[in-house]
Design a protein around this ligand. Structure first.
Ligand code: ATP
Length: 512
């Protein structure tokens, strides 16, 4: 994958109505985007896949919808007011601003790339007898490079833990990290920058009226922990899921919808008995990876990346990274959050947030394992993995979005072969028959081949063609987007056939 692919996905998204720059008639607003008619459908389908997997398929997980505005003490308790910062650094020559941690991570990624190159070369040379682990552990150059990485990580971690920003700057200087755009090494000091957006509530001004746009949906779950547990008579372990907007004043927002200041999260907090959190952390890592893999984009697109520098609340944390056009980047986080959040809310609210365990007759604060995925990043992952340009057997070209059928914005296009002889009427009858269950489209304009291409370009899995024979044999031709194979099917079987091909059920054979 490449930057070139990202450019293609961006322009394709705009051309076909997936994603538009926000307020474009006013020249847009940086890093804000609007989802168009097809984008909104794709987004809804991703949400539905997630909600079904998390809430419907788990007896012990329920979903809520908390408000974006929350009592400001929420953010004091959660640590966001004090610690939701990114270390920021400016380049004095280029005047460009960077996240210090990202500069260091990118430096490490370069060393990793060198290691991987050596491994690939050796694998080729040794063939079947190649033992990768042994090679990594014994090859002098790789061992040295790995040592460098470990040392950088260690220095960065201890500098951040000691809140020693001068040491972070020294690390950047010692590593010789230069401005990626200009090569300049003329850096300012590192400063902390809080990522929360502030606004004012009602007519009250001054500090007492300050409230924040939530930077994560998780806190809306924590503050409702007891409401849900009591009203839903939930027993540990149980989960609360939520989909909603979150806001972060990112230092650099870029790479299309990958990093925005307003975005959407799908989060689930799983409350467990203290001492069992490790088991559940492993469970959710695997379950979430399976959810991604069930979409069938193929092997090698996902990997785990364990966190070195843990967030203020975490005991263990990993990212599920996806191979975006810009390389492997975080798509989802799985975090073992301990009892930090609930305990903090107990302290700041003076309310008990305990669970009475009927088995042990004890009250305690549960531990939490969180899964947190960015909906917009999932959208970008889906589009970039689905986008393909193909040369067909007859030499013609097509652009096709191989979006997994259950996520496709339009599930089927109903196409009368020509615009007369009663074919449009028959096609509309079929449209009516399918539209309650699926998002389907009617299209009678242009030659059938052009109509197929249009549907390929928006990822429609099925094209249903109504021809003259349909009027007598009561059958239609179904064309498959991926294989382009055509099949004659009786109209009486159509609803079942479409459901089988585009229904969510097919994703649940391997997903949990
Ligand atoms: P990053 O390191 O990329 O800033 P993060 O570790 O701060 O991400 P989390 O706080 O774990 O992210 O948030 C959970 C998920 O929310 C992320 O995995 C990502 O998919 C999504 N997310 C976070 N920030 C953004 C953003 N600015 N734009 C879009 N999605 C985001």
């Amino acid at each position: 994958m490449s930057d070139d692919l990202l450019k293609k996905v961006i322009s394709h998204s705009k051309e076909y109505g997936f994603v538009f720059p926000s307020s474009e008639i006013y020249d847009g607003l940086s890093a804000a985007y609007d989802y168009g008619q097809l984008g909104a459908e794709l987004k809804n389908n991703i949400k539905q896949y997630w909600w079904t997997a998390m809430v419907r398929m788990h007896e012990n997980i329920v979903g809520i919808d908390a408000s974006i505005f929350m009592h400001p003490n929420t953010w004091k308790a959660s640590g966001h007011i004090d610690a939701f910062n990114d270390p920021l650094i400016d380049n004095k020559d280029s005047k460009k601003r960077y996240r210090a941690d990202v500069l260091i991570e990118d430096h490490i990624a370069k060393i990793e790339t060198k290691i991987n190159k050596d491994v690939t070369k050796a694998a080729k040379r040794f063939g079947d007898s190649f033992d990768e682990q042994q090679f990594r552990e014994t090859n002098g150059r790789i061992v040295d490079r790995q040592k460098q990485i470990d040392e950088i990580n260690e220095r960065f971690k201890s500098a951040m833990e000691a809140e020693d920003l001068a040491a972070v700057k020294t690390l950047i200087e010692d590593l010789g990290i230069a401005d990626p755009d200009t090569g300049s090494r003329n850096w300012t000091d590192v400063r902390q920058f809080n990522l929360m957006f502030k606004t004012e509530l009602g007519a009250v001004s001054g500090d007492s009226g300050v409230i924040y746009l939530r930077p994560e949906t998780a806190q809306g779950i924590f503050v409702n922990y007891l409401n849900v547990q009591k009203s839903g008579r939930m027993k540990l372990p149980f989960g609360i899921a939520q989909i909603g907007k979150a806001f972060r004043n990112e230092i650099i927002a870029r790479q299309f919808i990958f990093r925005m200041r307003e975005f959407e999260q799908m989060e689930m907090q799983f409350f467990v008995k203290p001492g069992t959190q490790e088991k559940w952390y492993e469970y959710w890592k695997e379950a979430r990876l399976n959810w991604h893999k069930a979409l069938g984009f193929g092997d090698g697109l996902h990997r785990f990346h364990d966190h070195i520098k843990l967030a203020h609340y975490a005991e263990a944390a990993t990212d599920i990274e996806f191979n975006f056009p810009m390389g492997f980047k975080e798509l989802e986080g799985v975090h073992s959050r301990t009892d930090f959040d609930l305990k903090q809310h107990e302290e700041h609210s003076n309310k008990k947030l305990r669970y009475f365990d009927p088995e042990t007759q004890e009250s305690y604060v549960p531990f939490v394992v969180e899964t947190s995925i960015g909906l917009d990043r999932m959208f970008l992952a889906t589009l970039s993995a689905a986008y393909q340009e193909e040369t067909l057997e007859d030499g013609s070209q097509r652009t096709v979005l191989r979006i997994p059928a259950p996520l496709a914005p339009v599930k089927a296009a109903i196409l009368p072969l020509i615009k007369k002889d009663g074919l449009p009427e028959k096609a509309r009858e079929i449209l009516k028959m399918l539209q309650l269950e699926h998002n389907v489209q009617y299209d009678e304009k242009d030659a059938i081949g052009r109509r197929y291409r249009r549907q390929d370009a928006i990822g429609t899995p099925l094209c249903i063609t109504v021809d003259h024979d349909t009027l007598t044999d009561h059958a239609v031709t179904i064309r498959d987007r991926d294989t382009m194979a055509q099949e004659r099917i009786p109209i009486a079987d159509l609803a079942r056939c479409v459901q089988e091909k585009v229904g969510l059920a097919q994703l649940f054979n391997s997903a949990s």
